[in-house]
Design a protein around this ligand. Structure first.
Ligand code: FRU
Length: 522
C-alpha cells in the first residue's frame, strides 16, 4: 500500500516536473504582442518556416479567400483547419496587413455551421449598403463563400455545395452569417463552388462567378442576397484535365495602350502543364452577362507546380490587380515535411496585361512594397560573368537578380554540402526554361514531388531580360522578363544552400548581377 502510494506520488511528481518544463518551454516560444493583444504561439523559426511569406502560426492552410482592402487594411482570409496539419473541416482563417508584406494573425473569422463547412470564396466592401447589413456611413464587408455539407456528400448526394454570405461591421473582426443562407442553392451539380464577387461599374450590379465542374457560371445581383443566373463559360475552352476551381474575373488595361480587356483566372486540379494543380487564364471581353475568350490555346500564369487557387484583391487603393496564390499542389500538399503548420502563400504579385504580335499575355511579378525587405550584400555588376562560384554566402533567404540573354544556354545552381541542388536552366536551342528540384533536398515524401523537371517554352528575343530568383527557406520563385515566365516551387533542403554556380556559353550574356538578403517579417 505504502509502496503503491509512493509510486503514485513519484509519478505525480514526475508529471508535475514534465508539465512544468513543458510550460516553461512553451513560455519560451510564446511572445505576447501587447499592442495587438495577440498571443503568438510560435517564434517562426521551425525548420522550413518561410521568413517573408505568409504562413498560419500553426496547422493546415490552403486557398487564399476573401482578398479585400478596406480602410487602410488588406485582409487575407484563408482555408484553415485549426485542429491538424492535414486538410479537415474548413474554416476561414484571417490575417491583416497594411502593406501586404508584414502580417498580423487574427482570430478565425468563419466557422462551419448547420449548412456545412466554409469553403473558398471572396469578400467585397458594400459601399452603398445594397445588402442593408450596415449603413452608408459604415458600409459592411460582405463575405461570399461555399457551404460544403459533409452529411450530403457522405450520403452520396450531389447537391451538397451551396453559396452563403456573412457580414462584418467592424472591418473584419467579427462576422454574422445571413439568416437567409444559402443564397444560392444547388440544382444537383456535384462541384459547385468558390464564388468570386465584384462590383461591375458598367452595368451597376454585383457579378458572381463560380465553378461547376468543367465550366464557370455567372450570376448577377443588386443586393448580394438574391442572385440571377446569367450565363456559362468554358465547357469547350481551355484546359480540362481536372475540375475547375477558384475563378476570378477582372478588367485590365493593356500596358502602354488605352485598350481594356477582361481576364478570367481558372484554377484546375489536376491537369497543370507540369503536373497536378495549376492556374490557367483567358483574355477576352465581358459585358455584364457573357464572357468571350479571344483565344483557343491554353495560357498558364505559372509553370512551377506550387501556385494554386490564386485570386486577386477587391477594392485596392489605386486599382492595382494584386494576386496571391496558395504555394502548394494537391498532389502532395498533405505530405510536405513541415511539422507544426502546412503551406505558405506566394508573395503578393501584381498582374499586368501585355500584347505582342496581336497575342495577349499576363505578367505576374512581386509588388514593389516587397523591395523594402531587401538588403544589399553583394553587387557584382563589374565581374566577368561567364562562370561564377560563390561559396561564402547563405542563400536560403535571398533575392538574386541579373540581366540575361535568352539566346545563350545558361545554368544557375544553388547547392549545399550534402549535394542537394536546385537548378535553373535556359536551353536556347529548344527555347525552353527549366527548373530542376529533383535533388533539391527532401523529395521522397511523395512520388511526384521530385519526379520531373518543370519546363516552359519561351519566345526568343534580342534584348536582355531580367531574371529574378527569390528563395525563402522552403520555396523558390523565379520571374523571367518581369513575370512573363514564372516558376513557383517548394523545396526542402536539409541544410542551407551555400554555393552558387553559374555557367553560360557567352561572357556577355549576363549583366548587372545582384544578390540581396531578405529580412524576416516575423
Ligand atoms: C481549391 C479547393 C476549392 C475548395 C477548397 C476546399 O484548392 O479545392 O475548390 O473550395 O479548396 O478547401
Amino acid at each position: 500500500m505504502i509502496r503503491k502510494n509512493s509510486l503514485k506520488y513519484s509519478l505525480l511528481l514526475m508529471s508535475i516536473i514534465v508539465l512544468n518544463s513543458c510550460v516553461k518551454n512553451q513560455k519560451k516560444e510564446m511572445k505576447i504582442d501587447v499592442e495587438k493583444s495577440e498571443v503568438l504561439i510560435t517564434n517562426f523559426k521551425e525548420q522550413f518556416r518561410p521568413q517573408f511569406h505568409f504562413t498560419p502560426q500553426e496547422k493546415w492552410m490552403n486557398d487564399p479567400n476573401g482578398l479585400v482592402y478596406h480602410k487602410g487594411i488588406y485582409h487575407l482570409f484563408y482555408q484553415y483547419y485549426p485542429d491538424d496539419i492535414v486538410w479537415g473541416p474548413m474554416h476561414w482563417g484571417h490575417a491583416t496587413s497594411e502593406d501586404l508584406i508584414s502580417w498580423n494573425h487574427k482570430p478565425i473569422a468563419l466557422f462551419p455551421d448547420e449548412h456545412g463547412l466554409i469553403f473558398s470564396g471572396s469578400a467585397v466592401v458594400d459601399k452603398e449598403n445594397s445588402s442593408g447589413f450596415g449603413t452608408k456611413e459604415n458600409p459592411p464587408l460582405v463575405a461570399i463563400f461555399t457551404y460544403h455539407l459533409m452529411e450530403g456528400e457522405k450520403a452520396g448526394r450531389k447537391d451538397f455545395q451551396t453559396q452563403g454570405i456573412a457580414y462584418s461591421l467592424d472591418n473584419g473582426d467579427t462576422w454574422t452569417k445571413y439568416e437567409g443562407n444559402p443564397v444560392i442553392g444547388n440544382e444537383n451539380i456535384k462541384d459547385f463552388r468558390d464564388p468570386k464577387v465584384f462590383w461591375h461599374h458598367e452595368t451597376n450590379q454585383w457579378i458572381m462567378l463560380l465553378v461547376a465542374g468543367d465550366h464557370a457560371k455567372i450570376y448577377s445581383s443588386s443586393d448580394l442576397k438574391s442572385w440571377k443566373y446569367v450565363s456559362d463559360f468554358g465547357k469547350d475552352k481551355g484546359a480540362h484535365g481536372g475540375v475547375w476551381e477558384c475563378p476570378d474575373l477582372f478588367k485590365l488595361k493593356v500596358e502602354g495602350t488605352e485598350e481594356e480587356k477582361w481576364v478570367l483566372l481558372i484554377s484546375i486540379n489536376p491537369g497543370a502543364p507540369n503536373g497536378g494543380s495549376g492556374t490557367q487564364y483567358f483574355v477576352g471581353d465581358f459585358d455584364g452577362e457573357t464572357f468571350i475568350s479571344e483565344h483557343d490555346e491554353e495560357k498558364w500564369i505559372d509553370y512551377g507546380t506550387d501556385n494554386y487557387a490564386g485570386v486577386t484583391y477587391n477594392n485596392t487603393p489605386n486599382n492595382e490587380r494584386i494576386f496571391i496564390g496558395w504555394m502548394s499542389n494537391w498532389n502532395y500538399a498533405r505530405d510536405t515535411p513541415t511539422k507544426t503548420w502546412r503551406s505558405a502563400m506566394t508573395l503578393p504579385r501584381e498582374l499586368t496585361l501585355h500584347k505582342k504580335k496581336k497575342a495577349y499575355f499576363l505578367k505576374n511579378y512581386p509588388i514593389p512594397a516587397f523591395d523594402k525587405q531587401l538588403e544589399e550584400i553583394d553587387n557584382m555588376s563589374q565581374r566577368n560573368m561567364k562562370t561564377i562560384t560563390l561559396d561564402s554566402l547563405d542563400f536560403n533567404q535571398t533575392n538574386i537578380s541579373f540581366e540575361l540573354s535568352l539566346r545563350e544556354n545558361f545554368e544557375l545552381q544553388l547547392k549545399n554540402t550534402k549535394n542537394e541542388v536546385v537548378k535553373f536552366q535556359v536551353d536556347a536551342a529548344k527555347n525552353e526554361l527549366r527548373l530542376d528540384r529533383r535533388q533539391s533536398g527532401l523529395v521522397d515524401f511523395e512520388k511526384s514531388f521530385g519526379a520531373t523537371v518543370h519546363k516552359q517554352s519561351y519566345e526568343p528575343q534580342n534584348e536582355l531580360v531580367e531574371v529574378r530568383i527569390i528563395i525563402d527557406q522552403s520555396s523558390i520563385e523565379i520571374f523571367v522578363d518581369k513575370g512573363r515566365y514564372v516558376f513557383t516551387d517548394q523545396i526542402f533542403p536539409t541544410e542551407n544552400y551555400k554555393t552558387l554556380l553559374i555557367n553560360s556559353d557567352e561572357t556577355e550574356a549576363i549583366k548587372d548581377f545582384k544578390i540581396k538578403s531578405v529580412n524576416t517579417i516575423w
